[in-house]
Design a protein around this ligand. Structure first.
Ligand SMILES: [Cu+2]
Length: 665
């Protein structure tokens, strides 16, 4: 593998600056670079009559089949084990293109071979509504600002300059009028930004909405549900707008005088015993591939692929239009497309390595998000410790973790996505939610049980965030079984005279229907992913456990549209047998989809899932009853889960971590 990454390691990114790299230099799982995106679009335009109006929704890597990709190789391979990439180098590079033809109201999918320069497939996707594209936003905002009915509605609210109106196009879900339902539509949320540096969410324009045909970019209708005054507050949060700032913090600097301890080779990362590859897609953002742990000269697989496959946000307020707020941020927008460039902030601290990513714009032209992915190490507190009172000695180890992250902005909200790798073989996923809560204007003196008053006449509606984590597991190989483990109290009796006995009870989840599960903290429930074909030195089946965090599920009624469209959010756990086409839990095209696609559809077959290649879909929820303290910008809220080895190692794998050498301890 090493031999194939010969690029300048000092360059800030593995993405090619000029796009001209021979295909052989790329690993099969590397995201497309700018040159490959350009090439894919050229091939498609040459092979297929694409109209001048066509909009490129996405151009991304068409990932190769599993059997064509090798897992990571160790730094110190066992005798006889190959260090080279082997067959990987010969794997063809392919691009997957989603294209919208707005005049035809049609969405197409294409697969293009970059290796042979040919179009491999082209198909119309029946009934698909393409996601809302960044490229469409400016036209929509201009359309709304120029619309006579909107202008009249704004004047009724005392807003005379439409240029001060911030327009947010929202996916309309299933709420289009029946006669409009076959069109690709959005509805618009309007906000008043009086000064350029105002917080627009402080001034929601209540009751005035347009429904826009996003293909034709025309206003279908404007609804004015009645004037509610725009709230008076500014919602300002920028440093220069909040008055005097604290001045009593002394500097805290993170320094690593010898640099960081991780190694980035192209898109491959090595840190301590961890080996994995980084990927990035327009839809999911950061992807982890072939995550393994080097153990006695071989890399033991744990995860084949991991990503946030969907992010669904339903709101609680039943009012007209407020109840429309149901966003699928991955499938209707694209988590990767929404990624921040981290060069502009202070998002990571310490010795940082950034990766750039290349994406395609609406015309199929490549562009780069500079420093979209951040890699760095953090001190993570205590790793392990024991004080031996008899000897008067202490053994203490500090924990270090490798952090890989990206941050996306979905209109009002920020989602900061983190994967942490620990020295004890644990992997943690954490999302930090921040940004600005979505608001509604209330008449003076009013309140609502569906939200919290966060400023005068300003209601922040309650809502939920559901992350569907797609974890394509590979614990010591592809054939895995998922077990549910509950702890049971044993009834008192001859074998339990003291009544103290309790024991974990493990049962395999044998089929897809058996594997639709919810958390149960009262039973200390967790899920194990084991490899039943292997026994460790101690006789255990090597496994990783998914340690769930407490999180509420969806509160919408089972018949409600939100519930139907995001069935994944009604369970914490789903398990499916691996199938390459099953990537997105709410279906490939959730925009305006009535529901039932994705997990609820696939699992109808109730396929067996024992001792096979399994994919775990874990729902991370953040239940957000809003607080005044969330305003005007929200302190970070956290959610996540852990994957921890259970019988995967025969002892604490972090025993050989050396005592710290910090001058401070
Ligand atoms: Cu929230």
């Amino acid at each position: 593998m090493v031999a194939h990454h010969t690029r300048d390691m000092d360059h800030g990114s593995p993405a090619a600056a000029d796009g001209h790299h021979a295909a052989w230099i790329r690993h099969p799982l590397d995201p497309l670079d700018a040159g490959e995106i350009r090439q894919a679009v050229e091939i498609l335009r040459r092979e297929q009559p694409v109209s001048p109006d066509a909009r490129f929704v996405s151009v991304s890597l068409n990932e190769p089949p599993k059997d064509q990709v090798a897992f990571a190789t160790p730094d110190n391979p066992a005798p006889g084990q190959a260090t080279d990439l082997g067959p990987d180098a010969a794997v063809p590079r392919e691009a997957f293109v989603v294209l919208l033809e707005p005049r035809q109201h049609a969405t197409y999918e294409a697969v293009v071979s970059l290796t042979t320069g040919s179009l491999l497939s082209w198909r119309l996707v029946p009934d698909a509504r393409a996601p809302l594209m960044a490229a469409e936003y400016a036209a929509c905002q201009a359309l709304i600002r120029a619309d006579a009915q909107i202008i009249a509605g704004l004047e009724r609210r005392g807003i005379t300059d439409p240029a001060e109106v911030h327009v947010e196009p929202w996916s309309i879900g299933t709420f289009a009028a029946p006669e409009e339902a076959d069109r690709r539509l959005v509805w618009t949320l309007l906000l008043h930004r009086e000064q350029p540096d105002d917080n627009p969410y402080a001034k929601p324009i209540h009751g005035l909405h347009a429904v826009v045909d996003y293909d034709d970019m025309t206003v279908v209708r404007v609804e004015d549900l009645g004037v509610v005054p725009v709230p008076p507050g500014s919602g300002a949060y920028a440093a220069h707008r909040v008055g005097s700032l604290r001045d009593d913090l002394k500097p805290l600097e993170i320094t690593q005088p010898e640099g960081s301890s991780f190694d980035v080779r192209g898109w491959e990362v090595r840190w301590q015993r961890w080996r994995f590859r980084v990927g990035f897609t327009p839809r999911e953002g950061l992807v982890l591939h072939t995550v393994g742990y080097e153990d006695q000269g071989r890399v033991r697989p744990i995860l084949w692929r991991a990503s946030v496959a969907e992010l669904f946000i339903p709101y609680a307020d039943p009012q007209a239009f407020q109840g429309f707020r149901n966003a699928f941020d991955a499938g209707e927008f694209g988590l990767g497309i929404l990624a921040n460039s981290l060069e502009l902030g202070c998002d990571c601290l310490g010795e940082i390595r950034y990766l750039d990513v290349d994406l395609a714009d609406g015309n199929g032209e490549p562009y780069t998000i500079r420093q979209a992915i951040c890699l760095h190490e953090e001190d993570a507190g205590l790793l392990w410790k024991h004080y031996d009172g008899n000897l008067g000695t202490t053994e203490t180890r500090r924990s270090r973790r490798l952090v890989i992250s990206f941050i996306l902005t979905a209109d009002n909200y920020e989602y900061a996505i983190y994967w942490y790798f620990y020295q004890d073989g644990s992997i943690e996923f954490e999302v930090k939610l921040t940004g600005i809560v979505l608001t509604t204007a209330l008449p003076p003196g009013d309140t609502s049980e569906y939200g919290t008053l966060v400023a005068p006449q300003t209601l922040a509606a309650h809502h939920q965030h559901f992350f569907s984590m797609r974890l394509d597991m590979a614990v010591d190989g592809l054939n895995n079984t998922v077990y549910e483990v509950d702890t049971e109290a044993v009834p008192p009796g001859p074998g339990n005279r003291l009544g103290n006995a309790f024991r974990p009870v493990r049962r395999p989840l044998r089929s897809e229907s058996e594997a639709q599960r919810v958390i149960d903290p009262s039973r200390a429930r967790y899920w194990l992913v084991g490899n039943p074909g292997i026994r460790t030195g101690l006789g255990h089946e090597p496994a990783y456990k998914l340690v769930p965090s407490a999180s509420a599920l969806a509160f919408s009624h089972p018949d409600a549209s939100a519930n139907q469209r995001a069935k994944f959010a009604t369970k914490h756990l789903w398990v499916t047998p691996y199938s390459p086409g099953e990537r997105y839990p709410a279906g490939d095209y959730p925009n305006q989809h009535p529901g039932g696609a994705g997990l609820p559809d696939w699992t109808k077959a109730d396929r067996p899932i024992e001792n096979t290649d399994v994919v775990i879909w874990y729902t991370v929820g953040s239940h957000h009853v809003t607080r005044p303290e969330d305003w005007p910008v929200m302190p970070v809220e956290r959610a996540g889960f852990m994957l921890k080895p259970v019988g995967f190692f025969d002892q604490n794998p972090a025993l050989d971590v050396a005592p710290g050498s910090s001058a401070h301890c």
